[in-house]
Ligand binder design. Structure first.
Ligand SMILES: [Zn+2]
Ligand SMILES: [Zn+2]
Length: 145
């Protein structure tokens, strides 16, 4: 009796595992529409092959265009000049317009410089902002794009 029970348990469990693993494999076989807006191609992954290629290219382009911009902020010159600017403009300019006195912590480019060096270093294009105003503005600029 004891032996037979052991035997049946042993026999059932591998089959149950098999069943579970085949269930897990199921969604892979289901095709869903390509994630590219407007494309109705049914695919197993996120994008159909031509759109996958386009999206990869876009991502790389975004990465390549952001990298040199990011490097500008890493320079000693930027750190030194932005610090000096904040000393001259200690209050957040946006908050000041709303009648609040909030210490500025960051230098923002009024018009996004987009990697343009003249715009980047032009102090007429700078404004001192507090962190919350700066991130709100950055967020808006991201949405516009
Ligand atoms: Zn597609
Ligand atoms: Zn502010």
């Amino acid at each position: 009796m004891w032996c037979a029970q052991m035997y049946s348990v042993r026999q059932v469990s591998p089959r149950r595992n098999l069943c579970r693993s085949s269930q897990k494999a199921m969604p892979l076989a289901i095709k869903t529409p390509c994630c590219h807006r407007g494309c109705r191609e049914l695919v197993r992954g996120r994008y159909c092959p031509p759109h996958a290629k386009a999206h990869n290219r876009e991502r790389r382009k975004l990465y390549d265009t952001n990298r040199p911009k990011q490097r500008l902020y890493d320079t000693v010159t930027w750190r030194r000049r932005s610090k000096a600017y904040l000393r001259r403009h200690p209050l957040c300019e946006r908050c000041q317009k709303k009648g609040r006195a909030q210490p500025a912590t960051e230098v923002d480019h009024i018009e996004p410089h987009g990697g343009n060096l003249e715009k980047f270093w032009d102090t007429d294009n700078w404004q001192a902002l507090c962190h919350s105003c700066h991130s709100a503005k950055t967020q808006r600029e991201m949405n516009v794009r």
